[in-house]
Design a protein around this ligand. Sequence first.
Ligand code: NDP
Length: 465
Amino acid sequence: MADIGLTGLGTMGAALALNIAEKGFSVAVHNRSRERTDALVEGAGDLAANLTPLDDLAEFATALTAPRLIVMMVPAGAAVDAVIEALLPRLDEGDTLIDAGNADFNDTRRREAALAQKGFGFVGMGVSGGEDGARHGPSIMVGGPEASYERLGPIVEAIAARYQGAPCAAWLGPDGAGHFVKTVHNGIEYADMQMIAEVWGLLRAAGRAPKAAAELFAEWDEGPLRSYLIEITAKVLAAADTETGEPLIDVILDVAGQKGTGRWTVIEALKLGQSASAIEAAVGARSWSSEVAARRLGEDRLGAGEASPRAILDGDLEKALLAARIIGYSQGLTLLARASAEFDWSLDLARIAEIWRAGCIIRSALLDDIAHAARDGLAQNHLILAPYFADRLAETVPALRRVVASAICSGDPVPALAAALSFYDTMRRARGTADLIQGQRDYFGRHGFQRRDRDGEGFHGPWAD
Ligand code: NDP
């Protein structure tokens, strides 16, 4: 009998199955179409001994130790519902289905509640690290009934990445908590990727060749910016196209796809009365990137920007990226704290930062410091207010300001860097400009306002008569 079942043997599912098999667990594997199952087993080498390929769902279910653990690794949405529907008649009370794909946490909450009524467990489990991570050690964010983690935990912790020996996997909270944390992880990833791309854009505008920029990113990867995304940026910029010999970056079309997690982060932030503005800017920038025809016409009709010197120091770019990265993480963590309060999840932000230290796409040198700051408690749920990060920002924000100002003057777009800076500047002013907004709202809609000099609300301006 197999310890665990896995259905959906695409890029991630196949890699995860091999990882589980390698850690000594027996895995029953299934896929909608037979070819992928065959390919997995044929390429598994010695690990095939721990894989039981099954074509038929009924046989797949019978091959599993009770109560069953079944991992689904299929695209979000209708595919997950279809797989659940197909598996349900083959399940017994106490069995647990685990959705290890990226899912909208609202769907996960709905599925968990529906399956709980039927006596089944449902776990929403975020897995980060891409194919290589899934194969050799991802970061794993588990949500759902805590009891499910008793049997699932040992498997998940065995296959996860390790940071100084500790597994980068944890049960984080009930129902949709795991998928929500994974969603916000991806939101932070969107922001970080966009900020890095904006810095590359500034280097390119200043005439830096891809190879030279690659060297700069590789150098930054040795300092405070050290992270997976900076490391792969250096590699992407250094790569040559095998067909033309040109720098690969000059061959790749500047259109970025998206599957939904960035958008979900922004939607949930807005629903919670928040704005993760750096993430929002990154999602927006990907959308604008797809408007190729409009941008080409725009270059014709609107001009490519005003020509002015673009003398930005490399050291400023490094510091600017660091400041913006801290602000991106900070917005993500605030969102997690707000969701935790809203859904009663008691999320442990420090534990989340800890399991992001290895295996996942946003792993970076900063995360250990973030975990420490979160362990001490984040004032008002803002990382930027933690003394350590307030100091780091004091050192780096002046560079972010110079970089954004210079980019704006030269007409180079930096939507995420600018959004990060504006958020920082907003949060360091006790007195903002919403006084005027309140005045305007009262003028046209009698909405009333609060006064600075006394308690109470519902005051009106002299226009009320
Ligand atoms: P792939 O496209 O490589 O594989 C998709 C798998 O789902 C295939 O096995 C496919 O079966 C199966 N499938 C699709 N639709 C259905 C359906 N209606 N019923 C049954 N099976 C179905 O996807 P990935 O492995 O890349 O992604 C899987 C999940 O993991 C997604 O939720 C994704 O967002 C998430 N993820 C992906 C990462 C990545 O880097 N790729 C990273 C982290 C998470 P068939 O062979 O029959 O088509």
